[in-house]
Design a protein around this ligand. Sequence first.
Ligand code: ADP
Length: 228
Amino acid sequence: LNTPEKVNVVWHPHKVQRSRGCVVWFTGLSGCGKSTIASEVDHLLHGRDVGCTVLDGDNVRHGLNASPEILSQSYDDNFSQRFGLGFGPVDRQENIRRIGCVSELFCAAGIITLAAFVSPYRDDRDQVRKLVTQSGGKTDFVEVYVNAPLDVCEARDPKGLYKKARAGEIKNFTGIGSPYEPPLAPELELLSHTATPDVLAVQVVNYLEQIGKLSSGSPTATTEREDR
Ligand code: ADP
């Protein structure tokens, strides 16, 4: 859109260029093990002194992507309705768009960003891939499909959400009232009902090693731009 705002917002190039991290994007049904495996990977990478962080669905929905109800504790109705996010299709799209932007910022700061979100829509995940890879390189976005059958996830039900969804207390719950679109060509697929989280986390670390993401260690400012 050719709005005045767009015309007046100009990208500012910075003097210092950092070596990039990457975004490891865990997607899958609720309870498939995204957070558990991401946390194991985080633990393994910290042990190797690699700069990394976990972005977790539930945590982000308390802050950056809080619901209208949470926002209304501190802001008026108009503000809360405008910026708060729920679980309808457009709100889910905006949820992932914001998280994608934050992931890209971490990645540009040299951090391996472990993002654990249901992120049910293929197109939303592809948009994040596009954002991250066009700023960096093809290997900067690693999509990890944490695949476990719905009945396994439902039996685990670590937060009691499936139970609530079956009782009709949660509408739009992915896998029950709302669809999940599995990745067509993920960099990695983890069958989380066939191995323990620590074994699956090693598979992720091995993959990062293979594509050369662990060779330079912790994030550091490397070169100054030559075009000062
Ligand atoms: P998600 O982040 O995908 O919603 P969580 O990681 O919060 O899922 O919960 C997964 C639950 O399943 C945890 O209670 C975890 O201990 C359990 N679990 C059992 N086996 C596995 C496995 N192989 N991989 C991941 N989680 C597992």
